[in-house]
Write a protein that binds this ligand. Structure first.
Ligand SMILES: [Zn+2]
Ligand SMILES: [Zn+2]
Length: 358
């Protein structure tokens, strides 16, 4: 689309974003050359082993056991780490988790990929890393807003009832799963609204702008979605009041399950895909055609989709690896472009104003 075809205020907004976003675009460029290219060169060394692994019993064993083993180890690690005093809210832990997950997931994606076309993206990984820190900030901001505005008084008002509602007598692992299940009920309805309402979709399109699925892009969300979600999740748990330890282990478990939601590792998940929102379930969710993609909204569990009739899975079918936003092939790919896209009419951009680099 040419500049003159865009409304003048949108051309102005695009230019302003380009100038304001210039330092971010520079960081993206640096990240691309200093982080992504060397990482891909290193990972390409695994390609020969990857072809060798195909069809072996070793690949089959990993494909069947990786998810349940990770689930059990994450639960154990989560309780050990919180007992040792680790806090999931500290920026050091927050930064450490994706590094550890990357060391584990990136080689596995290269060794046993679902799609070889998804092994290398353009600038998506640098954008995702930047979005991770930007959203950590916005999440903190939302929590601050919630506390200042209403949560403190809400917690105080609900305090006499809260402790009786949460089943503290249940084993820790069950409390963690219960916490995630309840949180996911709210995530299900928010996520469904984000897809079904045209205005809300503008903000959720950020997440669907990805052209490939890999271990890190679960964290790609627009700050507006992050803030709305933080506020939505806060109220029910102010009433239920699980212990801080349960909440922290649950957040850690959510990150672990999230890793399998987007990862490009070719796993044989079987029964687990009818319990959790992982693997092929989420590949269908990223279809460009919303007639198929408006499904499988669960954040961690898939049971709410099964219950409310939005579960989609075709037994024996391999989902397509052609994903993205249908009708918007030129959706911006830079962090600045992604941040302002929801505020522009039709989310249209002149690519000469906000460049897209593959
Ligand atoms: Zn979605
Ligand atoms: Zn996703």
């Amino acid at each position: 689309m040419r500049n003159q075809e865009l409304p003048s205020h949108e051309v102005f907004a695009s230019r302003l974003a380009r100038w304001l976003g210039a330092p971010l675009n520079l960081i993206e460029e640096l990240g691309h050359y200093l982080l992504i290219l060397p990482l891909n060169t290193l990972l390409r060394r695994l390609d020969r082993a990857s072809y060798w692994l195909e069809g072996t019993w070793l690949r089959a064993v990993i494909a069947h056991t990786l998810f349940p083993l990770t689930l059990i180890i994450s639960m154990w690690l989560g309780f050990e780490a919180t007992e040792a005093g680790a806090s999931i809210t500290s920026i050091a832990t927050l930064a450490l988790i994706p590094v550890v997950y990357g060391l584990f997931a990136a080689p596995l994606e290269r060794l046993m990929p679902f799609s070889r076309d998804w092994l290398e993206g353009g600038n998506d990984m640098t954008v995702d890393v930047m979005m991770f820190f930007s959203n950590a900030f916005w999440n903190g901001f939302a929590k601050y807003l919630i506390q200042v505005l209403f949560l403190v008084s809400l917690v105080e008002a609900l305090e006499p009832y809260g402790h009786e509602l949460w089943p503290n007598e249940l084993p820790g692992a069950m409390q963690v799963m219960l916490f995630i299940l309840i949180k996911d009920f709210f995530r299900y309805w928010l996520h469904r609204a984000l897809h079904e309402n045209a205005f809300l979709w503008r903000f959720h399109a950020t997440h669907h702008s990805v052209k490939r699925l890999y271990w890190l892009n679960g964290i790609r969300s627009h700050p507006v979605e992050v803030i709305v979600q933080a506020i939505l999740f806060a109220a029910p748990f102010a009433l239920l009041q699980p212990s801080a330890e349960i909440v922290m282990v649950a957040v850690f478990m959510q990150l672990s399950i999230g890793l399998f939601q987007h990862s490009n590792i070719d796993l044989k998940l079987g029964f687990w895909e009818y319990l959790f929102s992982i693997g092929d379930n989420h590949r269908y969710h990223h279809y460009p055609d919303k007639k198929i993609g408006d499904c499988n909204y669960g954040g961690e569990f898939i049971v709410w989709d099964i219950l409310f009739g939005t579960f989609h899975k075709v037994k024996g079918e391999r989902p397509s690896d052609n994903i993205g936003i249908g009708g918007s092939p030129n959706y911006p790919m830079t962090l600045t472009g992604l941040l302002i896209a929801p505020f522009l009419k039709n989310q249209r951009f002149d690519e000469s104003v906000i460049p897209d680099r593959d």
